[in-house]
Design a protein around this ligand. Structure first.
Ligand code: NAD
Length: 354
């Protein structure tokens, strides 16, 4: 589902990479193409048409581009609520409760990071595991009451044992395949919900003795990310803290065009998409960085298809291209070779096929 803006441009490149994986690993992917976002509006008058949902239900995974477009006067209806309707609609339809957002700073791109150079030069590789369907964003009741100075607004933060346990299990299981450390972020010094969160995560941690477990208050976690990001492997967070910290971690890598993400539920079904949006400011120019979309396809292979070797092959090809000095405009620095979307894809493809 390429969606809007740069979505179709970077999706085209990611599909070429998947085609190369088919040949190299002698597998066959059955692609179904579907419209979403503004791109679906003209034909269906909906950002997430039933036809698209049907195709998703018949599939093993969704590779998503991005949605959202330039808001012109005459297009207001077409774009209003596009993200809410399509992305949240898909998360809800498929109960995608775990959001996995890697934030990796490649040493070759250390210059792009806003961190002090002695910190950024060491690089880092963090995976934020964010609970996506519960917590304060969805807790009831929420609303407003009263008037004047007495008017009050309220939201409810609540988590059930089952909700905490299932997201904690995702974090520990993913950590087993990484550097075996989970930092669980909470605010157990203030919030009752978070005291419970810490208790259930601690109970779950005992089932994974091979993974180091550490609780950390969210304010400290935000600070540690800027002082010593190398200490983190998997950061486990509730919905709101994960929303904030995953963006902070992403910003520390220096470019949105590099970051993939996955939303997964029960079983192997998942939705995979770049961390950035439809980038209307550069859409149609052939200059978007396709790496986030390519790495999203790699995450799909890892988490939905269990194709670990193919995933690592793609990740290695991306890293090699960066080390060889190829850069799209968003990560370009003097002395590097500036390339467009298609050439960046071709360079990665060449290394993948070799
Ligand atoms: P954005 O992520 O689209 O763009 C922010 C900046 O990052 C822009 O300067 C853009 O050019 C740059 N950028 C993003 N991806 C890039 C890439 N692959 N290569 C090079 N540069 C890249 O965020 P925004 O401008 O706040 O939002 C634009 C539209 O996207 C809005 O309609 C918004 O609602 C939507 N949006 C969609 C998603 C999604 O589909 N998941 C996520 C965020 C925003």
């Amino acid at each position: 589902m390429p969606g809007d803006g740069i979505g179709p441009e970077v999706m085209q490149v990611a599909l070429k990479i998947l085609d190369a994986v088919q040949s190299k690993y002698n597998v066959c992917f059955d692609y179904r193409h579907a419209l979403v976002g503004g791109a679906a509006w003209n034909d269906y008058g909906s950002h997430l048409p039933e036809e698209t949902l049907k195709i998703c239900r018949e599939s093993d995974a969704i590779l998503f581009g991005s949605v959202g477009g330039p808001v012109r006067e005459q297009d207001t209806d077409k774009w209003r609520g596009v993200e809410v309707h399509s992305l949240l609609g898909l998360r809800k339809a498929f109960e995608l409760y775990a959001n996995l957002r890697p934030a990796k700073l490649y040493p070759a791109l250390a210059f792009a990071s806003p961190l002090r150079s002695d910190i950024s030069q060491k690089g880092f590789d963090i995976l934020v595991v964010r609970e996506l369907t519960g917590g304060i964003y969805f807790g009831q009741p929420k609303g407003r009451r009263g008037s004047g100075d007495a008017e009050t607004a309220f939201d409810t933060m609540l988590y059930s044992r089952a909700e905490i346990r299932r997201i904690a299990k995702v974090a520990f299981e993913v950590a087993q395949k990484r550097r075996r450390k989970v930092t669980s972020v909470d605010k157990a010094n203030v919030l009752t919900t978070m005291v419970f969160w810490r208790q259930v995560v601690e109970e779950t941690a005992r089932e994974y003795p091979d993974v180091e477990y550490e609780p950390m208050y969210v304010d400290n976690a935000a600070m540690q990310l800027t002082k010593n990001p190398q200490q983190f492997d998997v950061m486990l967070c509730g919905n709101m803290f994960g929303d904030i910290l995953s963006d902070e971690a992403a910003a520390l890598t220096g470019s949105l065009g590099m970051l993939p993400s996955a939303s997964i539920g029960m079983g192997k079904f998942g939705m995979y998409e770049p961390g950035g949006g439809s980038a209307p400011d550069i859409a149609g120019q052939g200059i978007a960085n396709p790496i986030a979309q390519i790495l999203s396809a790699a995450m799909l292979l890892r988490y939905s298809f269990g194709m670990i070797a193919a995933t690592e092959d793609i990740e290695h090809a991306v890293e090699t291209v960066l080390n060889d000095g190829y850069r799209t405009a968003d990560i370009w620095q003097k002395g590097n070779r500036k390339v467009g979307t298609a050439e960046m894809g071709d360079q990665i493809l060449k290394r993948l096929e070799s």
